[in-house]
Design a protein around this ligand. Structure first.
Ligand code: DP6
Length: 316
C-alpha cells in the first residue's frame, strides 16, 4: 500500500533561534508566512524487508536528487519516532522530493519533516481508524523532527510559542515571495548547529525577551496593516539573529557580499519610495523578499534587476 502527503516550506519573520533541552523546544516564540509554492512531497509504501529505507520520489518535471547519508539518517530517525508515537506496524520505503531545486541551498527541512509527519499520519489512520489528532498535536510531533517544520502545518500565517504551533488570522494572506539564491553551497554550520552555538553569545540570554517583544509589536503592526512598521521589525529580527551568530565564541556567519548587495538593492526602494518589500534571511546567505499583491510592478522591477546577478525563485 502507498500513502502520500505534501507540506509547504515557511519563512520566519520572527526567528526561532536557540533551544531549551531536547526535542527542539524553542527558547522564543516565532511567526512565519507559509510558502505554498515551495513544497516537499512524501510517499510511504509498505515493503517486506526489516529496515525502513529512503529513496528519492519521482515527481513530474523534477530531477530525483539523492539526499546526503546524514540527511537520510535524520529523516528516517524522525520516521521511527513517528512509528513509535503513532503506533505504526511494519516496514516501509519512504520517498521524498521537492518541487523546488534541491541545489539552491534553500532549507527543505521545514517542508520535508512536516510532509513526513502528515504522510505517517495517513498510514496511522489506515491502520487505526480511531486515531484523531489535531493539527497542533501533529505539529508537536513534526517539531521533534525539525523545529521550524511545526509551523508548516498552518497557512498562510503560523505562530509557534509555548502553547505549540497554530494558525493566526492576519491580513496579507496572499503575498508575493522571492528568494534570491546567493549561494547553493552546503552551509558550513547547519541551522541545528547554529541553535547550539549561539548560547556562547553574550546577546543570547536576552534574545527570548527581544523576540517576544518584537513578535507582539509585529502582530499589532500586521493587524493594523502597517507595512512599513512590519518591515522595520522583520528587518531588525533577522539582523538580531545574525548578530547572535557573529557574536558567538567562536563567531560564525552566513552573510556574504552577494547577500549585502541584494539587501541594499531592496532597501533602496524604501529610501526612494518610502515603500518596498519585507526583507529577511534565514541561517544562510539567501535573501527572502515579500511583497503585497499591489506591489506587483515593484516586485517585477526588482526581480529584473536582481536576476542579472542571481537566480530568483518566485510565485510572482
Ligand atoms: C533560522 O528548524 O532548521 O530558519 O529544529 O534543529 O531542525 P532544527 O532547526 P531548524 O531551524 C530554523 C532556524 C531558522 C529560523 C526559523 O525558521 O524560525
Amino acid at each position: 500500500m502507498t500513502w502520500q502527503a505534501s507540506a509547504p516550506s515557511n519563512i520566519a519573520l520572527i526567528k526561532y533561534m536557540g533551544k531549551i533541552g531536547t526535542g527542539n523546544v524553542s527558547s522564543n516564540a516565532s511567526l512565519s508566512y507559509t510558502l505554498n509554492h515551495l513544497k516537499t512531497f512524501v510517499e510511504i509504501q509498505t515493503h517486506n524487508s526489516v529496515q525502513d529505507i529512503w529513496e528519492p520520489l519521482a515527481l513530474a518535471g523534477q530531477p530525483t536528487p539523492p539526499i546526503s547519508q546524514k540527511g537520510q539518517e535524520r529523516f528516517l530517525k524522525h520516521f521511527s519516532l513517528l512509528k513509535e508515537k503513532l503506533n505504526l506496524k511494519g516496514s516501509f520505503t519512504v520517498r521524498s522530493n521537492n518541487n523546488f531545486p534541491s541545489d539552491c541551498g534553500l532549507a527543505s527541512s521545514a517542508s520535508s519533516f512536516a510532509a513526513l509527519t502528515l504522510t505517517a499520519y495517513q498510514v496511522a489512520k489506515e491502520q487505526n481508524p480511531q486515531i484523531d489528532l489535531t493539527l497542533t498535536a501533529l505539529a508537536d510531533l513534526s517539531r521533534q523532527g525539525s523545529g521550524s517544520s511545526c509551523r508548516s502545518l498552518f497557512s498562510p500565517w503560523s505562530i509557534w510559542d509555548v502553547r505549540g504551533a497554530r494558525d493566526v488570522d492576519l491580513p496579507y494572506k496572499d503575498l508575493i515571495h522571492q528568494v534570491v539564491v546567493i549561494s547553493d553551497q552546503i552551509k558550513a554550520v547547519s541551522s541545528s548547529e547554529a541553535h547550539k552555538k549561539i548560547s556562547t553569545s553574550l546577546l543570547a540570554s536576552e534574545r527570548t525577551g527581544r523576540a517576544e517583544r518584537r513578535l507582539q509589536d509585529l502582530l499589532l503592526a500586521i493587524k493594523n496593516e502597517d507595512w512599513k512598521k512590519s518591515y522595520e521589525l522583520i528587518w531588525a529580527d533577522f539582523w538580531d539573529m545574525h548578530a547572535l551568530f557573529e557574536t558567538s565564541a567562536p563567531p560564525f556567519g552566513y552573510m556574504s557580499a552577494g547577500s549585502l548587495k541584494v539587501l541594499r538593492i531592496a532597501q533602496q526602494t524604501w529610501e526612494s519610495e518610502n515603500d518596498g518589500p519585507w526583507i529577511t534571511m534565514d541561517a544562510g546567505p539567501n535573501v527572502h523578499l515579500l511583497y503585497r499583491r499591489d506591489q506587483r510592478d515593484l516586485a517585477q522591477r526588482l526581480q529584473t534587476e536582481i536576476s542579472s546577478h542571481f537566480r530568483v525563485l518566485t510565485n510572482l
